[in-house]
Design a binder for this molecule. Structure first.
Ligand code: GLY
Length: 424
């Protein structure tokens, strides 16, 4: 006879599956700090007003990228960042139950739908799961599920069995401009796998999940150094799967650790553990998080510099690095936002002191990001929530500015933290 606890476990799995959420791994209940809950609540309340300001300035069919020199810069829905604004609006709606946010969120989801057949890059997870995925989580519309499954199909079309990876970009020129990388896979791609796990769960077809797990295995083999710091780009031989080079596009140097890349790795491996229950991925996520949190160059406020190794001996950039250009090394608030969200989840999978340390680190990051140093005052920053994020420093693009994905993962982290309070 099936035991009561087994029956409960099966029931929990069914509930999680029906809601399109991850497989329910055994979780440690963690008590949130009352003062941080208050900080989160205030930040969310004020972010609602801030995003209403952003919303009013945004042209139809355009999505916010950043705010520079007094100008709101936007992108079309085809940009990799297009899913973050709709997702942020939905998190804020979920918090405030405000009908103006609901209208805007739903309208923006409809605009995203046309992307479901895009196969030109690996970013479909970011573009669709952060937007329509949140819509489906909140409203459970079968139509949104279908859009997500088609998006997963498009993403899966970029998987090459010989390499064991989804190809991130069709090709890219190396940072020194001298070579073409024909099969580049970037660490960011770990984030797009969540869409594939979702698609297998709701369709019952294991093909998407198998691709996600194979991509994870290949990434674990080739994207990390022995200390679990990450390479940004691995360029493969598309015929044999051999590694041709390990390098960077957005970091300081090929052997440095680009902060947001490490953030994508921590978040991605934590998510894959949630989806598979394979302890190997949990262990890897912990080593990646430990690298980040114990790095001697992590500032006291736990908001990293854009790369952990800027200007250090032994790290030679392939681009024209001019130390005078940014006398103070720019931070990347987006990396802290991504990591804080990941650590809240990770802390729920790790028992004892180690797990509480992950939560305390997330709390420290949320406190910093919520302070006036990083969170804009009402009406400022063009309506974006966070300041001091960095997109592509080697190309001198989006340096020390607001970015839509910094806001998205910050809001996600605040909502995750708040949810801990409701579990008590
Ligand atoms: N996925 C692109 C970036 O993190 O900048």
């Amino acid at each position: 006879m099936i035991s009561r606890s087994k029956m409960m476990a099966v029931l929990l799995l069914c509930i999680a599956g029906a809601a399109g959420q991850g497989i329910a791994q055994k979780k440690v209940t963690r008590r949130p700090d009352a003062a941080v809950l208050q900080v989160a609540d205030q930040a969310l309340r004020e972010s609602v007003q801030q995003y209403k300001l952003l919303m009013r300035q945004l042209p139809p069919e355009k999505l916010p990228r950043t705010y520079e020199k007094g100008q709101l810069l936007t992108v079309t829905p085809y940009a990799w960042i297009s899913g973050f604004y709709p997702g942020s609006v939905l998190y804020l709606y979920e918090y405030a139950q405000d009908t103006a946010l609901l209208r805007e969120g739903v309208e923006r989801l409809r605009q995203q739908e046309k992307l479901q057949t895009v196969t030109a890059n690996h970013d479909l997870g970011f573009m669709m799961y952060c937007s329509v995925g949140n819509g489906y989580r909140l409203f459970g519309k079968p139509h949104d599920k279908d859009v997500l499954v088609q998006s997963a199909r498009s993403l899966a079309s970029r998987f090459y069995p010989k390499v064991g990876c989804i190809k991130s970009w069709d090709s890219v020129r190396s940072l020194d401009g001298k070579r073409m990388l024909q099969f580049p896979v970037i660490i960011d791609n770990m984030m797009n796998l969540e869409l594939l796990f979702f698609a297998s769960r709701v369709t019952g077809d294991p093909v998407y999940r198998n691709i996600a797990v194979t991509h994870t295995e290949t990434t674990l083999k080739h994207h990390f150094r022995p200390d679990y710091s990450s390479y940004h780009v691995v360029n493969y031989d598309g015929e044999t799967g051999a590694v041709k080079s390990q390098e960077t596009q957005q970091g300081f140097s090929d052997n440095s650790t680009w902060s947001r890349g490490q953030a994508w790795a921590i978040y991605g491996f934590t998510m894959v553990y949630r989806e598979t229950g394979n302890k190997k991925y949990l262990k890897a996520a912990r080593r990646m998080a430990d690298f980040f949190l114990h790095h001697p160059n992590l500032p006291a406020d736990k908001v990293p510099y854009w790369d952990f190794n800027v200007g250090q001996p032994g790290y030679d950039p392939d681009w024209n690095f001019d130390p005078q250009r940014y006398p103070e090394v720019p931070r990347d608030a987006s990396a802290a936002a991504v990591v804080s969200s990941a650590l809240i989840e990770l802390s729920g999978y790790v028992k004892g002191k180690a797990g509480s340390e992950y939560l305390h680190a997330a709390e420290a990051m949320l406190r910093s990001l919520s302070s006036p140093q990083y969170r804009a005052a009402a009406g400022e920053n063009g309506g974006f929530i966070l300041k001091h994020a960095s997109g592509g420093v080697p190309g001198n693009v989006e340096v020390d500015v607001p970015l839509s994905y910094a806001d998205y993962y910050y809001l996600e982290a605040l909502m995750r933290y708040r949810a801990l309070g409701k579990l008590q």
